[in-house]
Design a protein around this ligand. Structure first.
Ligand SMILES: [Zn+2]
Length: 257
């Protein structure tokens, strides 16, 4: 039987029966997969303590029968990201990030850039803790990779320019709207400066989280833009979103400046 070996990130796991574990993981070149780890909670030799959410591991697996769960054979720990585990906002944001990836990308949809982005976020959270800025950077870049990023710097309807200082934004109509096209439809007002900052972030490096500063206003505006866009593309609110709001509310944005 063919065997596979890859670096991977554990997105989540579910204990099953007496000692088994079902693990959802993301591997470059393979995308998101689910694996069955028989006796994972007993066999320290084969799995040690490596199948924890947000850990980087080397996984060995064989294909499952009829395309279902793959059979996990062994796991070697690369990085447990211990720093992340003592910071509640970091844990909440990591869980939210993993759930958002599951919501926006299908199983076995190989997306190496998504993997690079998630790894960079988790490394950042482990080193620096969770912040509203890290959340916004991750969401914007992930939406961009998923193809759901709205029109920003021109009107989504007539492709004309956008007079400032505020822009009417409606994700369900494609994004930013000029005053003539916005009409009286439902929209949120976002400052043109924020729209410019968002566009700059999307042109910047995918994996850079440190050394970026955004004003409190841009963070708040940016998050309203994201919320409107996600509402448009997700079938239901994410389970992890409420917990994240609770431990890291946007009004307490920390890294602003
Ligand atoms: Zn227009």
């Amino acid at each position: 039987m063919r065997e596979f070996r890859s670096e991977a990130i554990v997105l989540r796991h579910l204990d099953y029966g007496e000692s088994d574990r079902i693990v959802t993981f993301f591997a470059p070149g393979y995308g998101r997969l689910r694996g069955f780890a028989r006796a994972a909670r007993k066999s320290r030799r084969r799995f040690a303590a490596s199948l924890e959410p947000f850990a980087s591991v080397t996984l060995y697996w064989s294909p499952g029968r009829s395309g279902g769960l793959v059979n996990l054979k062994e796991a070697e720990l690369i990085d447990l990201r211990v720093g992340l585990r003592s910071d509640l906002p970091a844990i909440a944001l990591a869980g939210y990030a993993c759930e958002l990836i599951e919501a926006l990308f299908a199983e076995e949809e190989a997306q190496d850039q998504v993997y690079d982005l998630l790894r960079a976020l988790l490394d950042h959270l482990s080193a620096r803790g969770g912040t509203p800025l890290a959340r916004l950077l991750f969401e914007l870049r992930l939406l961009n990779l998923s193809g759901y990023i709205p029109h920003l710097l021109h009107c989504a309807s007539c492709f004309g320019g956008l007079p400032g200082p505020n822009v009417q934004f409606a994700a369900e109509r494609g994004g930013s709207l000029c005053p003539a096209c916005a009409g009286g439809g439902r929209s949120v007002a976002i400052s043109l400066l924020t729209i410019g900052s968002v566009a700059r972030i999307l042109r910047g490096p995918l994996t850079l989280f440190a050394e970026i500063g955004l004003s409190q206003q841009t963070l708040a505006d940016g998050e309203r833009l994201i919320a409107d866009t996600l509402r448009c593309h997700l079938p239901r609110p994410l389970r992890s979103a409420a917990f994240l709001e609770q431990v890291m509310p946007f009004s307490a944005a920390g890294e602003a400046g």
